[in-house]
Design a binder for this molecule. Structure first.
Ligand code: PMP
Length: 375
């Protein structure tokens, strides 16, 4: 008898994929990261400042001395100790580290994904919340923000009563809107929530408002942070703080060596040079003030107040403004089309003073060009 595989034409891989891979995964689009080569990159909320030359050399020495033949410390004990101090984690609260806070969102979704479980968030907010919910088999319920992007606590509590979410996420400040939700509204939600509530403080260095010190007040609250926006996005280090009972469950799902040797060692070093990152965060906050003042002088756009390292704005013909900026080698984030509340919205990350100036000039020129196109 002939061997079926040998005799048939080349196997159709797509048929295999279709029969093997989950239908809901096949229907998803992967998270798109645009090519930014040769561009002024103001799309991803990165810190625009490089590290001083001396610190780069110190990191070079650390890399040279790292034992890459050994697995990393699975518990990252030393790093956790320093992060605890740096982030002022209250006594009695534990810390769990992730390969970016993205990974921690995934751990949270995985441990909460009982059959029929719901994840709740607000809309518009960080797109990875619904995306990770879907991949982990949770139903995502998105509660609309108020027209000014404020938190509608009544609407959130009504949705919580209806859907009984296992876990709810609130970015504080919120991405992509940039605003800091009202702390009393957030507190009311945490107090009355049916399940676990995560306050995602990724943009904490630019807001300096936090629920970290208040963790002991709420048994169902965890606070998440990241080193990404502070200037170490490439290292991939996120953390979550809260009661040991919750974190012990997350730790069972965490892969043992999720933080590699270089990340651990370089992060340790950078925490000892935190003054550099803090000064850069201050420069970014100052840059935000100047950038928003500059943008408010440009006619025809509406800018939203920001407590983060980026500014959301509305520009008629946003799609074409975005393309016109790109032609001027400036990459920002196009939000229009991603959610009805973000129609004509774009988001620019605060850059260096020179980058901000270049953006302001290019934005004026792009708006004129697009306006001229209308005539
Ligand atoms: N939370 C929020 C609100 C974010 O905007 C981001 C990054 N854009 C993250 C979490 C993920 O950050 P990271 O994985 O780099 O720690």
């Amino acid at each position: 008898m002939m061997n079926m595989v040998e005799s048939s034409a080349a196997p159709d891989v797509q048929d295999w994929v279709t029969s093997v891979v989950r239908e809901d995964i096949r229907a998803l689009a992967s998270y798109h990261v645009p090519d930014s080569s040769g561009m002024i990159k103001l799309d991803a909320m990165e810190n625009p400042y490089p590290l001083p030359e001396a610190v780069r050399r110190e990191i070079g020495d650390i890399a040279a001395g790292a034992e890459l033949n050994r697995y990393p410390d699975a518990d990252a004990r030393e790093l956790k100790g320093l992060l605890r101090q740096a982030m002022a984690v209250p006594p009695g609260m534990d810390l769990l580290l992730g390969n970016g806070s993205d990974e921690i969102i995934q751990l949270l979704a995985q441990v909460c994904a009982r059959p029929g479980a719901v994840m709740l968030g607000v809309e518009p907010s960080f797109v990875m919340f619904p995306m990770i919910a879907k991949v982990c088999g949770l139903r995502f319920v998105g509660v609309p923000l108020a027209p000014d992007f404020g938190l509608d606590a009544d609407a959130v509590l009504a949705a919580m009563a209806q859907h009984r979410p296992a876990v709810s996420f609130f970015a504080y400040p919120n991405n992509p809107t940039g605003n800091l939700f009202d702390a009393d509204a957030l507190e009311r939600i945490v107090r009355n929530a049916s399940g676990l509530v995560i306050i995602d403080e990724a943009y904490h260095p630019f807001a300096r408002a936090s629920f970290m010190a208040r963790l002991p007040e709420f048994p169902n609250l965890l606070v998440m942070r990241t080193l990404s926006k502070l200037g170490l996005a490439g290292l991939r280090l996120g953390l979550i703080a809260g009661r040991p009972e919750w974190l012990a469950e997350l730790d069972k799902v965490r892969l043992p060596y999720n933080l590699n040797v270089l990340t651990q060692r370089v992060a340790l070093h950078m925490l000892s040079r935190a003054d550099i990152l803090d000064a850069q965060a201050q420069a970014i906050r100052d840059g935000r003030t100047l950038l928003s003042a500059g943008m408010s002088r440009i006619a025809g756009i509406q800018i939203y107040p920001s407590d983060a390292n980026f500014i959301l704005f509305r520009a008629p013909g946003a799609e074409r403004v975005f393309e016109a900026l790109k032609r001027r080698r400036i990459l920002i984030k196009k939000l229009t089309g991603s959610h009805p509340a973000l129609r004509d919205c774009l988001r620019v990350t605060v850059g260096t003073p020179e980058q901000n100036e270049a953006f302001l000039g290019a934005l004026s020129a792009s708006l004129q060009e697009v306006g001229a196109g209308h005539a």
